[in-house]
Design a protein around this ligand. Structure first.
Ligand code: ADP
Ligand code: MG
Length: 1071
């Protein structure tokens, strides 16, 4: 029998979700668990907060909007492991703790890092709101992917879309959580690919995209031929990639440039450079008396044309070079002619430089489009090229693997080493757990001295080598042998050296190391490009050749070393999250698990040690003050701030939730909580408090928070009845509230719903039986259906005699066949269902109906039929012997607004006076001015795409944890009219709770004003207010009057000229 996930519905259980829960912690058990889950299509698994992701090589069904909704605001343990859970956690942590977050995605080439990064960006873009400007930033963030992939990714034997550059993408947020900026840092593009590729690999995608996708006119102006025509593309014999549509991708690339705001003429030049490089590659050289000579000068014209340079100058610069020569203390410049090999090398150097600078330009263009003047919060996503081993591994692999080594080091530092050291530091009892620390490998590569690391030796050799550096690679190998020959992670072999990396042994071929490390672009070539007629191209070569000469040029390895260390520093400043990607096979096929590959990765990723440390240790630790901040809301003593020693405050909180004393330990500056479950307890309490809090504010202030949605709903609701039914006088502009039962505090009702099932509508209604006798039912509408809950006396058992809630009826949308109502102003309606119908009466029928219609249409994909007649029929339930059949309800014109009922046999007559005409209704636009206060929160920080509760949460985090400008008044221009759409008073249930919820108020913002009332307080009106109802008072600007009560709903009570009544509190200032 299949087991199902205990928290979520219909989720099959496969292995364990969190490997901390494995009963045996062995490599076998870990591999088995991952394999089992992978085969069951679960690609995600946790080790505590670390997410393991196995590449499925097929589209999984769980990346839809439904999951985005499900993971939003949910605690980790509530749903199956998912990258959305991790993303949500980052986003929420950033907002709550006001800390920058980062996620380090690691794994070998083709393990799924880039796909993971894209899911994270997509999620964040979906759950965060924002106006059109923010939307623009989001578009650019998302569009940057296809653009950079076109220019920076290529097919390798490991991955058809392998990133050949590293990227750290910081998404920056406003204090309200809207992504309003960003920054990309890119790392070492593998530019050698521009001029040569291994067998079965391709050059960067853009070349093939352009060849396939360019239109005729572009083809002509760029001189586009078939790919096999170009030397830079035809060496590997591979032009096509399975599952890739180059032509379509080209359109996407161009579209992305457009979105990012790259001007049209620059777009053209970008393509010209790409084409120019291809044509440059076709210039070949022959040896003519020891000199290199352009084989066919005809081929010079086209690249020269595309790059805007003079062909003969191009020829010159490819075959000769100016050299500084020092002779007897004097320095002079002489022109040296190059041989064939040197000329070829020079050509390739130019091609690589052009491409790399073009790539940097694109990154800069993206950065310019999304940069913001000052950074607030950010989430950084690190997606680099993964660890890779090829048949032949060169300098590029060496650098790539070095960066991966550094990332593994961060992981070890923070999750294994620092964690254990922290226990010791904080004085927590601890038995150390052994693990392999790859710092030794990092040192082997990047040490400056004692012994110098590989990169240092390499730089030394390069500093002394000659122009082309024949023999330098040999020298390098000798020097390496001398410097690190005895290192346990280093060996020499006949054509290079071997490094024993954390992820395996890699043999590097020494050929080309020095040359690629030196990476100098000869001044001749810079000069040549600076002579281009195109400003754009000249802009790519900004060097000042007269002054930039002196300093020793930076080498590629010192650059990557610096970048890697800068990156580590950046990452260390954020709260880190980890995704460890696993590649299950080399076939790129779904459901194919290669045991030895899986095991190898589990081993070198250190998953077993990770679980061990996690298990023995404490799942959660937090600085006292951060802990207090996060859970302050749980008790009155800690809200809004704890007075007294922090440690005591933390203890107070832990005790208030009755946490077992063996579940936590107090360190010197931090509290440590043992099991995630104990933490969940805290989290859940906190969520609940926020929910309550949110609900109260929500009810009072939704008029400006969810303006659009409600305006629309109101209109829709009116539309339903328009011209069909008379309306009650007070019903047309009524605010929709939804939950009139306060379900949050009614576990006895909530029990019938699923754990996180959202309530659209809940109200107490009258239900009529076959004899037209009425009985109270609680009616609840959720996206899953309609619930009717009643009460019964328990007949048996220990609870005998007690009154208990029972689910009387649950109506699935699928079984509903329609709704009927009268044309008069009554509140009756009949739900028609396949078995039998329900006659109900609700004060809020319009609201209920409009929500029901919406939900129905979402679920069933067609409209629910509604009929309006004054003779309604309903079929009653078959019960026992009798029953069945149908009843009739007849509506007649009478007197007054209250319906009179008269039952006779099988007919019920209902008499009621005339209501407003059927055509009344359309939402009156003039009173639809919604109020915004506090610096227009709706505009500035409320993420529009979140549901309201989420909005409120973000809003509360915002108000409670940051210090926005102190505002709590309507904007001074055009004071809003409330019309009759006053916020509903807080429902009874909440009101009962008000006393003990006062501590939830936010004093700073003055939105809810919890201050104790001084004797006889008074206030002065800052805006005119005209009472809209009999229980309201009116006043003029500057009127001073008595303030009797400040209510958290925002509706205060005051006395003006002897009349007591309600008014909106934000229209006055207290004096
Ligand atoms: N979550 C996923 N769902 C479906 N396919 C995936 C997923 N992750 C990776 N893949 C497949 O594997 C390929 C390689 O993934 P990629 O993220 O480019 O690897 P990496 O960046 O680690 O080198 C993708 O092009 C895609 O076909
Ligand atoms: Mg990648």
């Amino acid at each position: 029998m299949a087991k199902y996930h205990w928290q979520s519905q219909n989720v099959k259980q496969s292995g364990v979700d969190d490997m901390v829960l494995l009963s045996k912690i062995t490599e076998d058990a870990i591999v088995d668990n991952l394999k089992k889950r992978y085969m069951d299509d679960y690609i995600f698994t946790y080790i505590g907060p670390v997410l393991i992701s196995v590449n499925p090589f097929k589209q999984m069904p769980y990346f839809t909007d439904r999951e985005i909704e499900m993971y939003q605001g949910a605690a980790q343990y509530e749903n199956p492991p998912h990258i959305y859970a991790l993303s949500d956690n980052m986003y929420r942590n950033m907002m709550i703790d006001a800390e920058n977050q980062c996620v380090i995605i690691s794994g070998e080439s083709g393990a799924g890092k880039t796909v993971a990064a894209k899911y994270i960006m997509g999620y964040i873009s979906k759950v965060s709101g924002g106006g059109s400007k923010v939307q623009h930033v989001k578009d650019i963030i998302l569009q940057s992917n296809p653009l950079l992939e076109a220019f920076g990714n290529a097919k390798t034997v490991r991955n058809n879309n392998s990133s050949r550059f590293g990227k750290y993408f910081e998404i920056q947020f406003s204090r309200g959580g809207e992504p309003d900026g960003g920054k990309i840092s890119n790392f070492l593009l593998e530019k050698s690919r521009v001029v040569s590729q291994n067998e079965n690999e391709r050059n960067f995608h853009i070349y093939y995209q352009m060849i396939e996708g360019a239109n005729d006119q572009q083809k002509e102006s760029l001189g586009i031929m078939t790919p096999d025509y170009y030397c830079y593309l035809n060496q590997s014999g591979t032009y096509k990639v399975d599952g890739t549509n180059d032509s379509k991708d080209f359109q996407e690339t161009m579209e992305a440039m457009q979105v990012i705001g790259i001007p049209g003429d620059h777009q053209t030049q970008v393509l010209q450079i790409v084409g120019g490089i291809l044509h440059l590659g076709n210039i070949s050289f022959i040896e003519a008396g020891n000199y290199g000579k352009v084989e066919s000068t005809d081929l010079l014209a086209f690249p020269a044309y595309l790059l805007g340079i003079d062909p003969s100058r191009l020829q010159d610069k490819l075959t000769s070079r100016k050299m500084e020569s020092k002779w007897a203390g004097k320095s002079e410049s002489i022109n040296v002619t190059l041989n064939q090999e040197q000329a070829t090398y020079t050509r390739d150097a130019l091609a690589k430089a052009l491409y790399a600078r073009l790539f940097d330009y694109l990154v800069e263009a993206i950065n310019k489009a999304i940069q913001k003047p000052h950074e607030e919060f950010s989430i950084g996503v690190l997606d680099i090229y993964g660890f890779e081993i090829f048949q032949r591994n060169g300098f590029e692999q060496f650098c790539i693997n070095f960066v991966n080594e550094k990332l593994q080091q961060i992981f070890i530092e923070l999750t294994l080493k620092a964690e254990q050291e922290e226990y010791v530091q904080e004085g927590i009892k601890w038995t150390p757990i052994e693990y392999f620390n790859n710092k030794i490998v990092c040192d082997l590569i990047e040490n400056k001295l004692n012994p110098p690391g590989i990169m240092s030796v390499l730089d030394d050799v390069c500093a002394t080598m000659h122009a082309k550096g024949e023999g330098a690679d040999g020298t390098l190998l000798q020097k390496l042998q001398a410097a690190v020959g005895v290192h346990e992670h280093f060996n020499s072999w006949n054509s290079g050296f071997v490094v024993h990396h954390y992820a395996g042994k890699v043999s590097y071929d020494i050929v080309g190391f020095c040359e690629r490390n030196r990476d100098v672009l000869f001044p001749d070539l810079i000069e040549l490009m600076q002579s281009s007629e195109y400003t754009f191209i000249r802009g790519l070569f900004p060097e000042n050749l007269n002054t930039d000469k002196k300093s020793r040029p930076t080498t590629a390895s010192s650059k990557i070393k610096k970048q890697a260390n800068d990156l580590v520093n950046t990452l260390m400043k954020c709260t880190p999250h980890y995704i460890r990607c696993i590649k299950p096979n080399e076939t790129k096929r779904p459901k194919d698990w290669e045991e030895s590959r899986g095991r190898h990765q589990v081993e070198y990723l250190g998953l077993r040690e990770n679980i061990r440390v996690r298990r023995a240790g404490f799942a959660y630790r937090r600085l006292f003050n951060k802990f207090l901040n996060r859970y302050a809301i749980l008790t009155a003593e800690t809200w809004p701030c704890w007075r007294g020693p922090e440690q005591q405050g933390v203890l107070h909180l832990l005790r208030s939730v009755n946490m077992d004393t063996d579940q936590y330990q107090m360190g010197r500056s931090k509290v440590f909580v043992k099991n995630p479950e104990s933490l969940f307890l805290l989290e859940e309490m906190r969520e609940r408090k926020f929910d309550t809090f949110a609900r109260i504010i929500q009810k009072s202030w939704r008029k400006y928070i969810a303006r659009k949605k409600y305006e629309q709903m109101r209109e829709e609701a009116s539309d339903i009845l328009y011209n069909s039914k008379e309306r009650r006088k007070n019903s047309i502009n009524r605010n929709f509230v939804g939950d009139y039962l306060g379900l949050e505090q009614r576990p006895e009702l909530r029990q019938f719903l699923a754990k996180r099932e959202r309530v659209d509508f809940a109200d107490s209604v009258n239900k009529f039986d076959r004899r037209f006798k009425s009985i109270k039912r609680d009616l609840i509408l959720t996206p899953k259906g309609i619930y009717l809950i009643g009460r019964e006396k328990v007949k048996k058992g220990p609870e005998k005699g007690q009154i208990k809630e029972v689910l009387k009826r649950k109506l699935e949308f699928g079984s509903l066949s329609g709704i009927s109502l009268s044309t008069r102003q009554d509140d009756f309606f009949i739900l028609h269902e396949s078995q039998y119908d329900s006659l109900l009466e609700s004060n809020f029928k319009t609201e209920f109906l409009s929500l029901l219609l919406k939900r129905y249409e979402e679920a069933i994909k067609r409209k629910l039929s509604i009929s309006f007649t004054d003779r309604l029929e309903f079929r009653v339930k078959k019960e026992g012997w009798g029953g069945g059949g149908s009843r009739v309800v007849v509506f007649q014109r009478g007197q007054g607004d209250v319906a009179e009922l008269k039952a006779g046999g099988k007919t019920l007559s209902i008499t009621v006076g005339d209501g407003l005409p059927k055509s009344s209704s359309k939402w009156n636009q003039t009173t639809a001015t919604w109020q915004t206060i506090g610096g227009e929160p709706g505009k500035n920080f409320l993420p529009g795409s979140l549901n309201e509760e989420k909005i409120m949460k973000v809003y509360i985090f915002y108000t409670a944890y940051s210090s926005p400008h102190k505002q709590g008044r309507p904007p001074s221009t055009a004071p809003p009219k409330l019309g009759s759409q006053r916020a509903p008073r807080v429902p009874a249930h909440s009101q009962n709770n008000q006393g003990n919820l006062d501590f939830l108020n936010v004093p700073d913002q003055g939105m809810i004003t919890p201050q104790p009332q001084p004797k006889g307080p008074r206030c002065r009106a800052i805006y005119q207010y005209i009472g809209q109802d009999t229980d309201e008072i009116s006043f003029d600007v500057n009127d001073v009057f008595d303030l009797i009560k400040e209510d958290p709903s925002g509706w205060w009570t005051g006395r003006v000229q002897g009349k007591e009544g309600l008014f909106p509190g934000n229209y006055v200032e207290k004096i």
